[in-house]
Write a new protein. Structure first.
Length: 1004
């Protein structure tokens, strides 16, 4: 054997001998440690505690290495042994050692052991439970600790602390704690909330008991006795299956209710029930006391097929016969209409008064499986293969009886758990039910003499076999209405017939719904998804109320999606509801899969814009903050599409991870949308600032040294708008994002309605502009550039205007730049001027030189020169009559030199607004926005004028609006000016003036 074989040995005395022999062989240090720990594990399992302590401490002192990864495990075994031995000094030492040397990730295990010790010493341990919840413990451990904390606080009536624990639990489990939630809210005095939740929970099968009890308590305090009587009449049957404690509480409330109302008959009825249940409670407590007294050390019993060996005393034998007679009489009085599941449950509850078994199991050859434990009976179907590794297979095939410690069975898999038997199961009786199946009884106490229970369990088996056999015979004699029975037994479709008293499924229905032929309708309803239960129950009641009704309903049944068609039929004096079931699971899953694909972005696995729009109705019915986040991807042409994709995916992931309270959507190739479930201004500002700081500190891995640069538009709903139109809301958010791009102080902008009004106005103007560009009906006017010395027009500069709108030309230019229409506008402007010159030439035989202002965007466009030169040539206008005023403030002087020289070589004159360009290239004029508010500026302008005049470059002062400014220009030697002081002249007026001048010249 090798080390792996040793480590896989069972925990038996035989294995212990093999392990100790193996330790005497030549082993590496690591193998020796592993095998030694295996030995301690087996000894601990077998209860050889002193061996564990003696051998473990010897190894700890002489061989163990504190740095070994197995050191902590050794200390754990020593701790467990000392814990059972109640050696408290050793316990404290082992815990301290584990704290020093145990792995950090195992800290929670140490705390759990501290809790065990504290409980034994009766010391406070709540703070230790809290430590576990804050540790790295797995969720399943935290859930158990949270539950213990929760019940501790509830027991101590510390409802605020319990509420905090309850809320924290929601982060680690999806399990519903209906009773605890209602108890907490009731303890906190939140009556309205308690009533609301209890009303919603009372139709959920697993929540009905606590919900009804809570409603009764609250209504009793409110003296709403009428509502209590309604609840009592509707939900009293549910308490027949409830725990003893819940039944006692329910009956006590009802006794007090009817005592208040003076209804003696109902008061007596519930008083009798209360006494009966309290008597049963006393018996259960006595049984539990007996169980505690009988607990002894585990021992191994040889397994057989066994026969009776010892003989019971006559007194004990008589007692068992008397007990069985009581059980037999009770079984005969059980309602014959009960299905087998309810019959068995009722029977076993009564048997609990006579025997202290922990579990009862019945397996029938038709694969039905019943498991009873503590007043609960669980029913399901098993596949035949499930019993192969269990003792049931031997019982059925060989017809033998087995009774032993289950660890000694040759097939030691527990049919209940489908795992090897746990140490808690000390003894099992397994007997055949003739040809019907097998009956198993579990004990959590050691049975030293199998004869104690043998005859009694054999008689119980015979009683159960008799019931099953009788039920099978009755099924054979049962006759139904001929027409309905033909339908129900056909395989055309899964069918069910429901009446007030019974339910019947055909074979297809049983196969589809995994129900027995006559399972109660409530059992079917309990398997529906909780959202459908209430409506379905009401539908069945409605259908049973009158015949000739037809309905169709869809719902989720366990893991199936079902479409059911129902019709109510009057058969003699009884209404029957016939249902046809259609399994539409495949269709629904395909639809959901398609829908999931449709609502998910494949690259980031985030929800997409389509899903966001579908959720807008829910989002606008609550407080919500929308954050549009646009990632700057101007560098994508540098890094290529693959790296850019990784870059964006990394950004999307850290954004989604950061906004833990929100939902993240991808709505464009470089844009995300985050929705947060609050709209408080402080909270929103704080999370935005934290997000910005997070991005600044984050080290990008996909493209190192590239930081994430974002612009964000924020809308707090319904604080700034109560608009519900989805497209309008998205437009508002986009407006805010675009506003953020204009801000220098912060990368985000919070939407206000004035932003939309401004945007709407701009859009109106843009619509006019687009319409005018499309129809080519923009108008021309001309700025008069005046020679102030001679008081004559030196040059005309053209301006483009929107018809019938009095807008400053600069606003039109700014808007066109903002909306990316500036190049179209400039080109239309140029063509408008050229067409004006053509008309002027044709009708007056005169041409004038006109300055056309163009933007930087238009000038740097690669096709601009070709467009301009081609347009002038097409119209056969001399290039010398065209003068361009170019805004070149934002480009380097050495850029576009070729374009400038190409234009100059044609004869086109160039003016500029940039001093650097005027000093670098042969421009004809420089435009300055005149500012005479300070003597320094005036001095600068005077010196600039003199310098430019030496190089034959004209200096044109713009924004001249008063005669005082004209005087200043004269004093500074600046000759040319334009502004509001010299009003614009329309193209028609200029044309007419030239035409008139031409005629006057001809007349002379």
């Amino acid at each position: 054997m090798n080390t792996l074989d040793i480590l896989s040995l069972e925990k038996t005395e035989a294995s212990l001998s093999i392990i100790k022999s193996y330790l005497q062989t030549q082993l590496t240090k690591t193998d020796y440690e592993l095998v030694f720990l295996k030995m301690l594990e087996v000894e601990l399992f077998l209860g050889l505690l002193k061996n564990v302590i003696t051998e473990g401490e010897d190894f700890l002192t002489n061989f163990a290495d504190e740095n070994s990864k197995h050191y902590s495990k050794l200390l754990k075994y020593l701790f467990d042994a000392a814990l059972i031995e109640k050696d408290y000094d050793r316990l404290t030492y082992y815990l301290d050692e584990r704290k020093k040397y145990g792995p950090i990730l195992d800290d929670y295990l140490i705390i759990l052991d501290e809790i065990k010790l504290a409980k034994i010493l009766n010391e406070p341990y709540v703070y230790l439970l809290i430590e576990v919840t804050n540790s790295q413990a797995p969720n399943h451990v935290k859930i158990e600790v949270y539950e213990e904390l929760l019940h501790h606080y509830l027991q101590k009536e510390k409802f605020l602390e319990a509420y905090e624990v309850f809320n924290d639990m929601q982060n680690v489990t999806n399990e519903k704690y209906y009773k605890e939630e209602l108890d907490i809210l009731y303890g906190l005095g939140q009556t309205a909330k308690v009533l609301e939740l209890a009303e919603s929970y009372k139709d959920i099968p697993e929540a009905v008991i606590p919900a009804v009890l809570t409603l009764l308590k609250v209504y009793f305090e409110q003296e709403n006795y009428h509502q209590m009587t309604i609840i009592d009449s509707e939900y009293e049957p549910f308490f027949e299956d409830a725990s003893i404690e819940d039944r006692i509480e329910f009956y006590e409330i009802c006794v007090n209710l009817y005592k208040k109302l003076g209804i003696r008959q109902s008061e007596k009825y519930y008083n009798d029930n209360l006494k009966r249940v309290k008597k049963l409670e006393t018996k259960v407590k006595k049984t539990e006391t007996v169980k505690e007294e009988k607990k002894v050390k585990a021992e191994v019993t040889e397994v057989v097929p066994r026969k009776k060996e010892a003989t019971l005393s006559s007194i004990e034998e008589k007692r068992q016969i008397s007990n069985f007679f009581d059980i037999f009489i009770f079984s005969e009085n059980i309602n014959e209409k009960l299905v087998l599941r309810d019959y068995l449950r009722t029977l076993f509850i009564f048997i609990d008064n006579y025997i202290t078994a922990s579990n009862y199991v019945i397996y029938l050859n038709d694969q039905r499986f019943y498991h009873y434990k503590k007043e609960r009976l669980y029913e399901k179907r098993l596949i035949e293969e499930a019993i192969n590794p269990t003792i049931i297979r031997n019982v059925i095939e060989k017809g033998h009886e087995y009774f032993s410690n289950p660890l000694d069975f040759d097939k030691n898999v527990d049919i209940i758990t489908q795992l090897p038997y746990s140490n808690e199961v000390k003894y099992v009786y397994a007997i055949p039910l003739e040809k019907e199946g097998a009956f198993l009884v579990y004990f959590d106490e050691v049975v030293n003499d199998p004869e104690i229970y043998y005859d009694f369990i054999k008689l119980l088996g015979a009683l159960i076999y008799s019931k099953i056999s009788r039920e099978n015979k009755i099924k054979g004699f049962r006759k139904e209405n001929f027409f309905l029975s033909k339908i129900i037994n056909s395989d055309l479709a899964p069918l069910r017939i429901v009446t007030e008293s019974r339910t019947t499924y055909n074979s297809s229905g049983q196969k589809l719904l995994k129900e027995d032929e006559s399972t109660y309708i409530d059992h079917f309803i309990s398997k529906l998804k909780s959202d459908y239960i209430r409506n379905y129950r009401e539908l069945i009641r409605k259908m049973l109320s009158s015949p000739n009704q037809v309905e169709e309903v869809k719902y989720q049944y366990q893991n199936l999606y079902i479409k059911e068609k129902l019709v109510s039929i009057l058969d003699e004096d009884e209404i029957k509801v016939v249902s046809v079931f259609d399994d539409v699971t495949k269709t629904v899953i395909e639809l959901e899969t398609s829908e999931q694909k449709a609502i998910t972005d494949r690259e980031t696995n985030l929800y997409n814009l389509s899903h966001l729009k579908s959720k807008m109705n829910d989002l606008t019915n609550a407080k919500t903050t929308f954050i549009s986040i646009e990632l700057n991807l101007d560098n994508r042409h540098i890094y290529g599409p693959d790296n850019t994709s990784l870059y964006f995916k990394e950004f999307a992931k850290i954004t989604d991870d950061f906004f833990v309270d929100g939902v993240t959507y991808r709505i464009d190739f470089n844009e995300l949308m985050v929705t947060l479930p609050y709209n408080d201004i402080r909270a929103v500002n704080n999370i935005l600032k934290n997000y910005i700081n997070h991005l600044e500190k984050y080290q990008v891995t996909s493209i190192p040294y590239e930081q994430f640069q974002v612009k964000m538009g924020v809308l707090r709903y319904p604080v700034v708008t109560n608009q519900t139109n989805v497209d309008m809301l998205l437009k508002f958010i986009d407006i805010a994002k675009e506003k953020s791009k204009l801000r220098k102080d912060t990368p985000y902008h919070q939407f206000t309605y004035s932003d939309y009004e401004e945007e709407a106005f701009e859009q109106t103007i843009l619509n006019y502009l687009n319409d005018s560009l499309e129809k080519k009906n923009l108008t021309l006017s001309f700025v008069q550039i005046i020679d102030i010395k001679k008081t004559v027009v030196w040059q005309y500069e053209s301006e483009i205007n929107i018809p019938n709108m009095k807008l400053d030309n600069r606003y039109i230019i700014t808007l066109a730049k903002k909306r990316n229409r500036i190049i179209d506008l400039d080109r239309h402007h140029i063509l408008k001027v050229l067409n004006f010159l053509v008309k002027l030439s044709q009708e007056t035989k005169v041409l004038i030189k006109i300055t056309i202002p163009i933007s930087e965007e238009t000038f740097v466009d690669p096709t601009f020169n070709a467009f301009l030169i081609g347009a002038i040539k097409d119209r056969k206008i001399p290039f010398s009559f065209i003068r361009l005023k170019i805004d070149l403030n934002n480009i380097k002087t050495h850029h576009h030199a070729h374009k400038i020289h190409e234009l100059l070589n044609t004869g086109i004159s160039l003016d500029t607004t940039a001093l650097a360009m005027a000093l670098t290239y042969p421009f004809n004029a420089l435009y300055i926005d005149f500012n005479d508010s300070d003597i320094k500026w005036q001095t600068y302008y005077g010196n600039l004028s003199k310098m430019l005049e030496e190089f034959h470059i004209a200096l044109i002062a713009t924004n001249i609006n008063s005669k005082d400014q004209i005087d200043t220009l004269n004093r500074l030697g600046i000759k040319l000016a334009c502004g509001k002081l010299y009003p614009n002249i329309s193209s028609e007026k200029l044309f007419n003036q030239i035409l008139e001048m031409r005629r006057n010249a001809e007349n002379k």
